[in-house]
Write a new protein. Structure first.
Length: 429
């Protein structure tokens, strides 16, 4: 029992001693706060000391402390806190006279606090209204951007590459290794399927299913906007399985290829969609013999020139014919019937294309050139696919897709959308 009483007495003494210590510590910080104002006019530092003093006070019971606090926060323009401490002053000053200098000074300060607080509240209200207005405007702006992005996405071409447009406003495009054809407003005329390579010349686009030894060719005429699949090589020659070397299509529609297992090239009219064959060989042979371009001919379609017999092949146009070896079927010469000149496939060009506008394309290995009707090398032919002169500009987006721009509008087929800045300006109100 004695031990319990002793413990209670000790606890009471500790609490009393600790209470006295807290008050004394608080008074030290109050003094420092006063000195910060009196000696340095440093209200910020005074606030620091005042806050530390408050940690040691459960509540403010001294009018002087309340007055000091309200004065500090008034000078720091924290009028809400100043008003709170000013009210505390009047609350703990009930037993003092209202006519005292201290009371009148605090009353004057309280009025000033209310005035400044009213101004501050009005300013905060105005700032809040402006903030809400800006927030509303930003939300609308964000909403407009979302709407524009959605429209823009709908006018985006999901393709990997768009190549150059020709004078007729057509271009080849690639998507996932397959090729298709579109116009300069993004309208897709030929969807990408099995074609992986292409040749574009003189207003024709040839889509090939292989870069080498193609077995399928799709022809698109950019002048007529019509496309079709060419006959397979075996329809030209039952032993041929691919088109072989494919020459440039010419503006008159002539296409020449060199299929495998065939001693003569394939000559095709892209406009009429038919093979071009020599219809009356005997009459032709008679004419060539009469003009001394060949020495002899026989009913098997063979001709003799300078003691050597050859398989007479195809007419490339312009009076140029192919001659192949009877033993190997290999192409050996191009006969220029205009003057009887023989072009060796070893010495000149291994492959010669179709005739148009007095010129034929020639290829030997990686070298390409142009010749005339007697085999003379001439300047390169002019590509009649021409140069694009339309309004469209192809823009590659960051994510890899494409859009087509015309006069600051994104276009896709019959749809169009102005730029984001123009769209926002038009819809800002």
């Amino acid at each position: 029992m004695k031990k319990i009483v002793l413990v209670i007495l000790c606890m009471g003494f500790f609490s009393f001693a600790n209470g006295q210590t807290n008050k004394e510590i608080a008074n030290v910080y109050i003094k420092r706060a006063k000195n910060s104002i009196a000696l340095h006019i440093d209200y910020k530092q005074a606030e620091v000391f005042f806050k530390k003093a408050m940690k040691y006070m459960d509540t403010i019971t001294s009018p002087e402390v309340a007055k000091l606090g309200s004065y500090i926060y008034y000078e720091l323009e924290d009028y809400k806190q100043a008003k709170k401490l000013s009210k505390q002053f009047f609350l703990v000053n009930k037993n003092r006279g209202k006519n005292s200098v201290e009371y009148q000074e605090q009353l004057e300060l309280a009025v000033s606090i209310d005035e400044q607080l009213e101004i501050q509240v009005a300013k905060e209200k105005k700032l809040e209204e402006e903030r809400l207005k800006k927030e509303k405007a930003q939300k609308r702006l964000d909403s407009l951007k979302v709407a524009w992005n959605k429209k823009s996405e709908n006018l985006t071409l999901k393709v990997d590459t768009i190549f150059s447009f020709d004078k007729n406003n057509f271009a080849v495009f690639k998507n996932k290794q397959s090729l298709g054809i579109l116009d300069d407003r993004g309208q897709i005329f030929i969807k990408p399927t099995e074609f992986t390579d292409y040749i574009q010349y003189d207003g024709f686009i040839l889509l090939l299913n292989k870069a080498s030894k193609a077995t399928k060719i799709f022809c698109f005429n950019t002048n007529t906007k019509i496309g079709y699949l060419l006959p397979i090589p075996s329809q030209f020659n039952t032993l041929s399985t691919h088109y072989g070397k494919i020459m440039l299509p010419r503006a008159n529609g002539t296409l020449v290829t060199y299929p495998n297992n065939s001693y003569k090239p394939l000559v095709f009219d892209l406009k009429q969609r038919q093979f071009l064959e020599i219809t009356n060989r005997e009459e032709l042979f008679k004419k060539l013999k009469k003009e001394s371009k060949i020495d002899k001919y026989n009913k098997d379609g063979e001709v003799k020139i300078d003691k050597t017999w050859y398989k007479f092949g195809a007419h490339l146009g312009g009076g140029i014919y192919t001659l192949a070896s009877i033993e190997t079927n290999d192409l050996q010469f191009f006969l220029c019937s205009i003057d009887g000149n023989l072009l060796s496939t070893e010495a000149t060009y291994k492959y010669v294309g179709g005739f148009y506008n007095f010129k034929l394309q020639g290829i030997q290995g990686d070298t390409m050139g142009w010749i005339n009707q007697n085999g003379t090398i001439v300047e390169a032919a002019q590509n009649e696919s021409g140069t694009y002169s339309g309004l469209s500009k192809v823009v590659r987006l960051q994510k890899g897709n494409y859009q087509i721009m015309q006069n600051d509008f994104i276009v896709l087929e019959n749809e169009k959308l102005e730029t984001l800045d123009a769209y926002l300006k038009r819809n800002e109100k």
